[in-house]
Design a protein around this ligand. Structure first.
Ligand code: APR
Length: 311
């Protein structure tokens, strides 16, 4: 059995464990600083396994040693966004938490692939790469699958078509400047622009951009966790099963899309080695302008991080 350690057993961490256990994909370790909580959640989830018929070991811990020999480490530890708080406000607090999580887990799992979820996502993935010194294929950020899933859900709500027929690609940074690529998105092969009137499509694009905030405002005491954690589980599955699945994720740019030394949401191929390939779309001028704007926003947060932390 493979082993996946999830650092941060809060809403996204524990829900990731739930999705993973349902897939019987790996033994799971839930690690958190809060005493008793990861142990309690793990035992509760473990006790659900006879009901759903899955043979998976699930262990809760406050000790990084329990994460030893993980194939995948998923970092969700951090503080969640509160109403009115931007993702970038989280930077200072989460940089300390994620930096420690990355270096401590690497000690016990030197061969692991790191999936980062904590916000501000692109910059936390960058921090993980720099702190661990790993090659870029082994650090990948979750964001694009979630943003694209939100857009797919909104298109399904508007059209009544099955979500399975709807393909959307939201790239760029995981922030308000994200880049929903309507030209590359389609319903059963029909471009969205042809299927939907312009005003409806624009409304969907805007709602997608603000998708995280919409949930934050409704929940009032936390941020989205079902869809973000489902995205993490999909990434872990693609990696462990060597699926070579092409999905939008945050990856370290080394010249792709004209970007360097930063994490950015692009289509990546996920397989056994993590990021097997980065796919480069041909962008038109309008898309390129959106990319540049989004990249500038991510770069700004990266620069803010560099002022706070020695990398
Ligand atoms: N080590 C391990 N766990 C930690 C640490 C640490 N140093 N610091 C905090 N945590 C834990 C908290 O105890 C908490 O259980 O991280 C967990 C975070 O869980 P939630 O507060 O429920 O937040 P969640 O909704 O899971 O979001 C976590 O993911 O989507 C992003 O924006 C979100 O950055 C946030 C992160």
């Amino acid at each position: 059995m493979n082993k996946i350690s999830i650092i941060g057993a809060g809403m996204t961490g524990s829900t990731t464990a739930h999705w993973l256990a349902e897939r019987e994909l790996a033994d799971i370790v839930l690690m958190d600083v809060v005493e008793g909580m990861p142990q309690g959640k793990s035992l509760d989830l473990l006790e659900a396994m006879p009901i759903i018929g899955k043979d998976v070991e699930i262990v809760g811990t406050n000790d990084y040693a329990a994460t030893k020999d993980s194939d995948i480490v998923i970092i969700t530890a951090g503080v969640a966004r509160k109403p009115g708080m931007s993702r970038d406000d989280l930077l200072t607090i989460n940089a300390g938490i994620v930096g420690t999580a990355a270096t401590e887990t690497l000690k016990y799992s030197p061969d692991a692939i790191f999936v980062v979820l904590t916000n501000p996502l692109d910059t936390m993935a960058y921090l993980t790469l720099k702190k661990t010194g790993l090659p870029r294929e082994r650090v990948v950020g979750q964001a694009g699958i979630l943003d694209s899933a939100r857009m797919r859900a909104f298109v399904a709500m508007e059209t009544g078509v099955s979500v399975e027929n709807i393909d959307c690609y939201v790239l760029g940074g995981h922030g308000d400047e994200m880049v929903p690529l309507t030209r590359h998105s389609n319903i059963a092969g029909i471009p969205l622009k042809e299927y939907l009137p312009a005003d409806k499509l624009e409304a969907i694009v805007n709602r997608t951009r603000k998708g995280g905030g919409e949930i934050v405002n409704l929940l009032k005491t936390g941020s989205a966790f079902y869809a973000p954690s489902a995205a993490c589980a999909q990434m872990a599955e693609a990696i462990l099963k060597n699926k070579n699945l092409i999905v939008p994720c945050a990856a370290h740019m080394e010249g792709e899309y004209g970007l360097n030394d930063m994490f950015f949401g692009v289509p990546v191929m996920l397989g056994n080695n993590g990021v097997e390939r980065i796919i480069e779309y041909k962008l038109d001028d309008e898309e390129k302008a959106m990319f540049d704007k989004s990249a500038a926003a991510v770069k700004e947060t990266h620069e803010a991080l560099k002022k706070l932390v020695t990398l």
